[in-house]
Design a protein around this ligand. Sequence first.
Ligand code: FE2
Length: 286
Amino acid sequence: MAITINPLHAELAAEIGNIDLHQPLNSEILAALQTALARYPVLVFHEQNLSDDQHAAFARSFGLIDAGLVLAANRKRRLKNTDVIDLANIDIDGNIIDAANARNVSLLANQLWHSDSSFKDPPAQYSILCGIDLPDEGGDTEFADQRAAHDALPEAMQARIAGMVAENWAFHSRNMLGGGNFSPEGMAKLPPVDWPIVHTIPESGHKSLFIGVHTREIRGMATAEARMLLLDLLEHATQRQFVYRHCWQNHDIVMWDNRCTLHRGRPYDLTKLRQLRRCSTEVQAA
Ligand SMILES: [Fe+2]
């Protein structure tokens, strides 16, 4: 039986039904999901209580696993499966971490608009986020359509930013939040990378903005001018009409294409358990 696709937001998000992600995907379902992702870059799946191994296997159907910021961290891992990124606000013994814990810098940096691993080469293509324990209030995740945001820019601005190249650095956002206890050796593993501010998504041919909180400089432009332009673009790109807000239920999975969306978490009570786990895939070489 074919999957069902129920739009949740214009061209940005859709709910996928009639699918069991605990099982390996057959080629027909995989192709259907890839087609759905080319149109709706945010897909929502309900009632998928995956083990870490099932989560990683689902991600691997779409490409190589992206290690992300873990490359720079020197922290004992709580989860056995190293493909899975632990986004729980608990320590290795399962206790909720203190608000001042350095790990909260990275968890709270997720509340700034970003594209996963846009600070590395290759960046992330798809992210697959499993909601395991969600607080009763807060902690929603928002997504912003960067194709629609690009299309809505005035023509003069589209022409101005076409061809601009920006520097992206993982620790720009962490520094904004006071730093995250990363060692110089760890930080050296994730040096800044350059990406065009506007790129084209190969599957759809659609142009998209590629900015966010990791973007800190524009090549050939003074820092202050570049940062004001980036802030203006980010403000434009995250207007409400471009945004889908996901209110989590336990065992939801949300999958998105980082190449043409930005996302951010919303605040929650840091004394309450919030446990999500993420697997991301790397952008494939053309
Ligand atoms: Fe993220």
